[in-house]
Design a binder for this molecule. Structure first.
Ligand code: CTP
Ligand code: MG
Length: 220
């Protein structure tokens, strides 16, 4: 079964606050985009990669990741994934993996694909939540402490049968979601979990980039 990975890389990186889209920021000399794409190919379980980037970054992206197909993304992450799905051809299994997770280890990508091959229609890698989580009201007053035992933090790559992911996106044409499995859940589908990895951290803030720089330096 052909595995195609879609890499949303069309965000602006507003919270990181540098002068270019986040996927084109470098970590120890290599862009997050190159690292994410190379990691997918290096996993040995991905056949093709489709990258979605801002329109004005098309040719820059094609130079950085010549093995990937590069298409224009959209205004929201869901729009970018839609654009990637349209370019995914006749893939049977689809991964969606943020360019903003450049250090994702190969075995974790393997776990997601293995769960799909074992019959799951939707798979997310997860980590236990370390902090205590509280629900607060609009004024910041605590309403409740949420039981942490059954909470998980969700990472990417998330894996799907192409049929399940297409059906979820078709069922909610204008929907916004922070992850793709969320749309499968809304469409009534079952999502299973596999163990994630702290190295698959998402780079969102300047602090995250500093941490990732140290991790990338250690890997050299
Ligand atoms: N993404 C995308 N298209 C968008 C928005 C986001 O492809 N319209 C991608 C980002 O490039 C990133 C991933 O989705 O790889 C996760 O999004 P996020 O971490 O929120 O990145 P940005 O949207 O770039 O950052 P910010 O929200 O701080 O602007
Ligand atoms: Mg964003």
């Amino acid at each position: 079964m052909t595995v195609v990975a879609l890499v949303p890389a069309a965000g602006q990186g507003t919270r990181l606050g540098l002068n270019r889209p986040k996927a084109f920021v470098t970590l120890q000399g290599r862009s997050l985009l190159e690292r994410a794409v190379d990691g997918l190919f290096a996993s040995g379980v991905v056949d093709e990669v489709v990258v979605m980037v801002p329109a004005d970054m098309l040719s820059a992206a094609r130079d950085l990741v010549p093995r990937a197909r590069v298409v224009v993304g959209g205004a929201e992450r869901t729009d970018s994934v839609r654009a990637g799905l349209a370019a995914a051809g006749d893939a049977e299994l689809v991964l969606v993996h943020d360019a903003a997770r450049p250090l994702t280890p190969a075995p974790m990508i393997g776990r997601v694909v293995a769960a799909l091959r074992a019959g799951a229609a939707a798979v997310v890698p997860v980590l236990p939540v370390a902090d205590t989580i509280k629900r607060v009201d609009a004024d910041g007053a605590v309403e409740a402490t949420v039981d942490r035992a059954d909470l998980r933090a969700v990472q990417t790559p998330q894996g799907f049968t192409a049929a399940a992911l297409r059906a979820a996106y078709d069922a909610a044409p204008g929907a916004l979601a922070t992850d793709d499995a969320g749309l499968v859940e809304r469409a009534g589908g079952t999502v299973v979990t596999v163990p994630g990895d702290a190295l698959a951290m998402k780079i969102t803030t300047a602090f995250d980039l500093r941490v990732a720089e140290i991790l990338a330096q250690e890997q050299r």
